[in-house]
Design a binder for this molecule. Structure first.
Ligand SMILES: Nc1ncnc2c1ncn2[C@@H]1O[C@H](COP(=O)(O)OP(=O)(O)O)[C@@H](O)[C@H]1O
Ligand SMILES: [Mg+2]
Length: 279
């Protein structure tokens, strides 16, 4: 049975949320393939995301990076006609095993998208509180303490403490993205997935997010998709390079320590990509 760590929905007696730092979590894919209808988008991806490390997924547009990360928390199947084969193991348990509730998977494996997407009708406070309200509150902590904690963790508290009732969309792009990260962190996920989280941000806001990710990796296992190679080099410990072949099916060409991938790649295609010969 899939172990459920954070379940404390309204009707159940509250269950304590374990702080993620108590134990870092691992994620691994085994022969993971994903389709959109009849069309195979990624094939046989075997990747192991090391606990407490940042893994960057790089590769040209259309090679399947977003498809891959969306398979990692069962978001892929939300697209009509989309399907997956193979497995994704969270601490050894297959999130695709029969009977596993995708909603619980997405609670344990949080996701942040390219375009900051605070709920437009909600205040800054409610944007963070909404997940806590839906998923249950840590025993012994008030909702406002949990919201404060999440906003403080992403370095946003000082900026927003006097305007918690204003809409989340009133913030700058970079602040909105940190708000979305706070919203993801507030429900104590075990793994954090980010799909081009700075793709819509200016350089200063981008650096702030990168600094935040470096801090967070002590507590979370992080997977970041980026087509910005400098970003991968700056923030990640491990880099996986994906490429779509002539059949337009994406595969992982090479994975290794980030320094090695950027200084002495083993595959010619990786070298061509990082030296800017294509993509
Ligand atoms: N909703 C969808 N329906 C059909 N094909 C899709 C869909 N989303 C992505 N694809 C296709 O899957 C492939 C991989 O896309 P994607 O994962 O978005 O790549 P990346 O994030 O690396 O740019 C592309 O060929 C893309 O056209
Ligand atoms: Mg993408």
């Amino acid at each position: 049975m899939f172990p459920v760590r954070t379940a404390a929905v309204a009707a159940d007696p509250p269950e304590p949320l374990q702080p993620a730092s108590d134990q870092l979590h691992s994620l691994e894919t085994r022969r993971l393939s994903a389709w959109y209808g009849e069309r195979l988008a990624i094939r046989d991806v075997n990747l192991s995301f090391a606990p407490g490390q940042i893994t960057a997924i790089i590769g040209p547009s259309g090679c399947g990076k977003s498809t891959l990360v969306r398979c990692l928390n069962r978001m892929h199947e939300v697209t009509p006609g989309a399907s997956v084969t193979g497995s994704v193991l969270l601490d050894g348990d297959d999130i695709y095993a029969p009977g596993v509730d995708p909603v619980l998977v997405r609670r344990r494996i949080g996701m942040v998208f390219q375009r900051p997407n605070p709920f437009p009708t909600m205040s800054i406070f409610d944007n963070v509180a909404v997940g806590i309200r839906l998923n249950g509150v840590d025993v012994g902590k008030s909702l406002s303490d949990l919201v404060w904690e999440a906003l403080d963790r992403v370095g946003l508290w000082n900026e927003v403490k006097d305007k918690l009732r204003q809409p989340g969309t009133a913030l700058s792009g970079g602040e909105q993205q940190r708000l979305c990260i706070a919203r993801a962190l507030a429900i104590a996920p075990e793994i954090l997935l980010l799909d081009e989280p700075t793709g819509a941000l200016d350089p200063a806001a981008t650096l702030k997010i990168e600094e935040l990710l470096r801090q967070l990796k002590n507590e979370f296992t992080i997977v970041i998709v980026t087509h910005n190679m400098q970003q991968a080099a700056r923030v990640s410990d491990v880099t996986a390079f994906m490429l779509a072949g002539p059949d337009r099916v994406g595969t992982v060409v090479e994975v290794g320590p980030t320094r090695q991938i950027f200084t002495s790649p083993k595959d010619r295609r990786t070298e061509d990509y990082i030296t800017g010969r294509f993509g």
